[in-house]
Design a protein around this ligand. Sequence first.
Ligand code: AP5
Length: 223
Amino acid sequence: MKQKYIFIGPPGSGKGTQTEKLSHEYNLPHIDTGALLRAEIASGSEDGKLADSFISKGQLVPITLVANVIKNRLKKTDCEKGFILDGYPRSMEQAYALDDILAEIDTDKNIKPCVFYFDVDEKLLVERLVNRRSCIKCHSIYNLKTMKLNDESVCPKCGGQLIRRDDDTEEIAYKRFDTYFNQTAPLIDMYKERGWLIRLDASKDIVSVYNDLVGEIKGHVNS
Ligand code: AP5
């Protein structure tokens, strides 16, 4: 696993938007824990029912459930070249669990992961979340405020249905922010101390954030 990218940042900071494009252009699997958990919920499994009871309250899903989902995903052959982890780890406990997973399965342990921290002005986050629509077919993400769509219920790329996520209400958004600041934000200092952290100004527009991200990746690969 040569290219190991971890994206951390508050809800609505643009992790999914940037991963979608980077994954496509660099041919790296996009591992989105939120999406994997929502798929588990849609399947009606017992794990999905348990996950739903936490997601609907804006809380983190129990560590063992998520660690199993991540480990099984990282073992798949498409991750041999590398991966983009979007939304994992989200707590110190999860960061140590990821260290253990990589110690067990990573074939290029001397290459350290790059952790991109999506730093955004908090005022922008709620606005982005309540205006987010996602395609149920191709998973493209739209911002109704900044992208003018002819029909706000149809994906312009594939014609699939656009939906608003159940946890994208203002009320649940604030609970997700609390969870983020209490449990995920401490990872920033931890990864900074390890020398793995790269801060991105994610308040910029989507294209500028992408250009900054790719610039950092190229600089890292050439260093
Ligand atoms: P998850 O689905 O991962 O949600 P999240 O981390 O809260 O992040 P979001 O998907 O809301 O935001 P994003 O940063 O990806 O932003 P996006 O690109 O979509 O997790 C959901 C839940 O699952 C969690 O609350 C938790 O319960 C559970 N869970 C997940 N992982 C877990 C874990 N590891 N452990 C335990 N539980 C876990 O962009 C948002 C909007 O902004 C879009 O409309 C987009 O178009 C727009 N936008 C993006 N960038 C820009 C920009 N630069 N300018 C203008 N608009 C922009």
